[in-house]
Design a protein around this ligand. Structure first.
Ligand SMILES: NC(=O)c1ccc[n+]([C@@H]2O[C@H](COP(=O)([O-])OP(=O)(O)OC[C@H]3O[C@@H](n4cnc5c(N)ncnc54)[C@H](O)[C@@H]3O)[C@@H](O)[C@H]2O)c1
Length: 417
């Protein structure tokens, strides 16, 4: 069987490193055949790594999609604001699409993607990588086995981590809603999606609360400076950029995001001149740093979803699933799962012996997703675990949560299809 041929739009962190490397370890399954990336050095690095000729590398997604490249699918890995148009044009041009989340920011854009997929007959799969992790599939299997009875409610937390918050949502790409997305859409459409997966029912309505409470000018420590390198109180600040970016052996994410030159000089230059050296209390960020959302599903099942900066990244996602006949308490980072069975009072704990965890491509989800996408392209029904309808529903939940948070109302979900 020939490898699935894929074009990559956006050779940033995701486009370069999340799924395309699969083509290097399984060239019989995946072949990268084109790229769009405006940054020349990134484009050249991508073309060199994946063996692309000059005629297959362009600076803009429109050019790549107009070049008549023979391919089966397009990975849309541009930034949040540039997903809908490339995804729809790719489907119009006859390509299936693998679309990074958040796929769109408004209900009408979501419907446009859904309608384009139906009209063109092209498949749109969404990068909801958590559905492909061993951790969440183990939880799903326990629920489906009936061991804890009926799921009644779930308490789920996305522990962003204090330094990850500073990196991505205060100094970095996702700090402003107008440039990318509200925090809940950017970070937690994954969590809304995994709740849909575990509950297995539609979500009917949501209410949400939260704000940008800490990363504001009023909270700047006395005597602090605009940049960490000049700051007299940096040593006592948990968000001090030098603590995060100057660790010599750390050369991948998040250091690779701040500069292409990861030498000590390159990093210091980035901290002196670029956005990642700024004081976290003096940035132009506006997304929330904590948000709690209550969801009601069909059949009266409820869930709470808390996303917070004020956590340790090492804990990753934590979840408590409460059933009629038992409960599950679980932590994604070390894949610890404790199941209590109310029928006999027994408690069992499983700890996965294999390495996984947060640093490993979303707990194995990145490669799990691309492997499933390839199987779908090769004709295996159900290989991709998230339907476009479910993926859209996860986004509708987040859009409704934001509406609720801003307007102090309970918001109904109007599903597509
Ligand atoms: N599925 C996940 O778990 C997951 C994780 C992180 C990020 N994401 C999402 O993936 C997307 C990409 O994130 P990232 O961290 O790689 O961002 P990034 O900024 O590193 O990459 C985006 C790339 O798109 C390029 N670009 C800009 N304009 C372009 C154009 N006109 N044509 C082609 N390329 C263009 C940029 O130069 C950049 O290299 C975002 O939407 C993000 O929210 C998903």
């Amino acid at each position: 069987m020939n490898p699935v041929r894929m074009i990559v739009l956006g050779a940033g962190a995701r486009g370069m490193d999340a799924y395309a490397p699969y083509s290097l370890i399984a060239p019989d399954q995946l072949k990268i055949v084109g790229v769009a990336e405006p940054r020349e050095s990134r484009r050249a690095a991508f073309a060199a790594r994946y063996g692309l000729p000059d005629c297959a590398a362009f600076s803009d997604w429109r050019e790549t999609l107009s070049a008549g490249i023979e391919a089966d699918a397009v990975l849309v890995a541009t930034q949040d604001n540039q997903h809908v148009d490339p995804a729809c044009l790719a489907m119009e041009r006859g390509y299936d699409v693998l679309l990074e989340k958040p796929i769109a920011k408004t209900e009408s854009e979501l419907r446009r993607i859904y309608d384009t997929s139906l009209r063109t007959g092209k498949r749109a799969a969404v990068c909801h990588v958590l559905r492909y992790t061993r951790f969440f599939n183990t939880l799903k299997a326990i629920i489906d086995s009936g061991e804890i009875g009926d799921v009644i409610n779930i308490s789920h937390s996305e522990n962003i981590g204090y330094w990850h918050m500073a990196h991505s949502f205060v100094r970095g790409n996702w700090r402003r809603e107008d440039e990318t997305s509200p925090m809940i859409l950017a970070k937690s459409c994954h969590d809304a999606d995994i709740l849909l997966y575990l509950v297995g029912k539609d979500c009917l309505r949501v209410a949400s609360f939260g704000s940008l409470k800490h990363f504001t000018a009023e909270n700047a420590p006395e005597g602090s400076a605009d940049r960490c390198l000049d700051c007299p109180v940096a040593a006592t600040c948990p968000y001090n950029a030098t603590r995060l970016y100057m660790i010599p052996f750390l050369t991948g994410w998040p250091v690779s995001v701040i500069t292409d030159d990861v030498s000590a000089e390159g990093r210091l230059k980035a901290l002196r001149e670029g956005p990642y050296g700024r004081c976290v209390y003096r940035c132009d960020n506006d997304v929330v740093d904590h948000q709690s959302t209550v969801l009601e599903f069909e059949g009266g099942v409820t869930a709470t979803l808390t996303v917070s900066a004020f956590t340790d990244f090492r804990h990753g996602r934590t979840i408590h699933i409460m059933g009629s006949h038992g409960e599950i308490r679980a932590k994604m980072s070390d894949e610890t799962i404790e199941v209590t069975n109310f029928r006999d009072g027994s408690v069992r704990t499983t700890e996965n012996p294999l390495p996984g965890g947060m640093g490993d491509g979303h707990g194995g989800g990145d490669f799990g997703l691309i492997a499933s996408f390839i199987r779908m392209e090769r004709g295996e029904d159900g290989a991709v675990k998230s339907s476009i309808r479910d993926a859209i529903q996860s986004h509708l939940i987040c859009i409704a949560a934001e509406d609720s948070r801003k307007n102090h109302t309970v918001v109904d979900i109007h599903n597509v299809g």
